[in-house]
Design a binder for this molecule. Structure first.
Ligand SMILES: [Zn+2]
Ligand SMILES: [Zn+2]
Length: 94
């Protein structure tokens, strides 16, 4: 687990939400809500993934507006630890 930014961030980052499965915080790079699975593993089972997405929606809706964001779980920077961002549609224009 050494050198995994997400495992490290789990100790430092202020959270919107946390439970046994995951935590949700603002991504330090993108400044949008991001859900991080507590397992250091890139591929959660389907039912875990669905739960992570539900939790993210609960946090992201009041911040970005219902329907005002899209789930993005393409893991560009940290491909070996599952996480997903809630991105507003205009994100790439900023
Ligand atoms: Zn990790
Ligand atoms: Zn990010």
């Amino acid at each position: 687990m050494a050198d995994c930014d997400l495992c490290e961030a789990a100790l430092l980052t202020p959270r919107h939400y946390e439970d046994d499965l995951c935590w949700i915080a603002d991504c330090e790079i993108c400044l949008v809500p991001m859900v991080v699975w507590k397992m250091h593993d890139p591929v959660p089972p389907a039912e875990v993934k669905a739960l992570l997405h539900q939790h993210l929606a609960r946090v992201a809706d009041p911040i970005l507006g219902e329907g005002g964001w899209k789930l993005d779980d393409h893991m560009r920077n940290i491909p070996d630890h599952y996480h997903a961002h809630a991105r507003p549609p205009m994100f790439w224009m900023r």
